[in-house]
Design a protein around this ligand. Sequence first.
Ligand code: CTP
Ligand code: MG
Length: 184
Amino acid sequence: MPLETIFTIYNLVEVIWIILPAYAANGLVPLFKGKHPVDGGRKFFDGRPFLGPGKTWEGLFFGSVIGIIISIVMLTAHPYLPWDISPVPLYIAPMSIQLGFLLGFGAIIGDMAGSFIKRRLNIPRGRPAPVLDQDDFVLGSLFFASLVVAIKFEWIILALIITPIFHFIASVIAYKLKIKKEPW
Ligand code: CTP
Ligand code: MG
């Protein structure tokens, strides 16, 4: 598939629309700092933590709730947004509470899968794994969303590319505003 059919403003609008509940879930869950690790402190066959203490039941619960809340905001806003300024018809995924739940829940499951991989690679909890750290939730959320809506292949590629870039820009801004200690 040629790049110019993936990098279109239409695909960009469509993918940002569907992935917003997942971005919110993934971005806001760290504020909840859960206390009950999903792996219960258990180790894998390699003797290292299954997921590590950073992946909690509270995170899974609040991630799902955040996905639902954002989906309600979006389906309320949908009729008031200027979709008809687009010269080509957009495929805007029909937002629903069910889809919002799957995006939030799927984001946190994807994030857990990322931690599972990090532990297998002997990367301790909280240490960076570039690209994997930013994109794990993207794959999880779009996979679970695909259970109820058609997901365009172009969206997946675009989301995997733009998310680490957005993350980097947001981190640099947070660093300049002194919200974060390092610019990544
Ligand atoms: N968090 C949580 N439950 C989850 C996911 C995240 O409680 N299911 C909270 C934890 O306090 C976690 C923080 O959000 O420390 C940041 O999440 P993340 O960066 O994904 O975890 P890390 O602590 O960096 O651990 P890992 O190395 O496994 O990614
Ligand atoms: Mg982390």
